[in-house]
Design a protein around this ligand. Sequence first.
Ligand code: 2AM
Length: 190
Amino acid sequence: MRAFIAIDLPQEIKDYLAKAQAKLKSSNADVKWVNPQNIHLTLKFLGEIDEKQLNQITQILEDIAGNKTQFYIHLTSFGAFPNIKSARVIWAGIDKGDSEVKQIAEDLEKESEKIGIPKEERPFSSHITIGRTRSSKNRNKLSQALENLTSESGGFSAEFTAVKITLFQSTLTPKGPIYETLKEAHLKTI
Ligand code: 2AM
């Protein structure tokens, strides 16, 4: 099965990101927006895993989560990869909570490599993907809209407590991916 590990977001954060998408949509850029219910913070993309690796990864999740404490994640900025002027992946960035997220991602990377999961070649950069461009149509308007949204962040930001890490199964369909929770591992209470 195809799987990945992520921080699932509370409903109010999904609603907040849906509002951000609505503001960015006014740029009329050619973007495939992520269904707000599917938005998450990816920690490690696993790709295809077998039953044995599924059991191993479940244990890894328990071990890592059991050693970490819940923490705050603060969303403030909006941007794009590879850069804001030529956006391909449009994201919400995280401010408070970034070092904790990175640490969990690094631990997952290290442990999953031991069970034969391919190593991620790109350096980890915490982000929450909210859309992917299909063409360069109106890319300048989109970059302006992303900058406006970030500068509004004094009044347009959100915070939540990360309480668990989730193993998702991802099934690709012509209508988009379907994500199902396979395992949730809770972080220690503050
Ligand atoms: P992204 O947020 O950076 O786009 C589930 O598919 C998640 O795994 C996506 O949100 C994506 O993170 C991440 N991912 C990493 N590598 C991937 C790959 N090769 N194919 C699909 N998704 C990948």
